[in-house]
Design a protein around this ligand. Sequence first.
Ligand SMILES: [Fe+2]
Ligand SMILES: [Fe+2]
Length: 133
Amino acid sequence: MSNINQWQPEWSSGIQIIDDDHKKLFHIIKKCWDSWDNRHDSNQLSILLDELIDYVNTHFAREEQHLEQLGAPKLQDHRYLHADLKNQVVAYYNMDQADKEAIGTDVLVFLENWLVNHILKVDVPSFKELVKP
Ligand SMILES: [Fe+2]
Ligand SMILES: [Fe+2]
């Protein structure tokens, strides 16, 4: 079950479109959880994760573009973190059915924790440093 019930103020980056993306990502993860909690169907989870990874791609590209325009330092490190997450989701995709069923819950816990941690520790500090109120 998801641990995210509502948006927390400390997740705000100060950039509306980035916050909207993060909200949408949480929304998709919540849909994945709802489906998984109901049926533990790895095919259904893969379909929803497909939607998640599509939006992750859109968001990472948008975020990296914003950071580049703002002249963010250490942008390459940030890009590596994004690429690493994408690789881990692809690795899950490539597992066989039984393994997917076995670790579905762990994958969702991992994704949710990754997103919260990444927003709090990487995204928000990066934008706050570049955009002074
Ligand atoms: Fe990021
Ligand atoms: Fe982000």
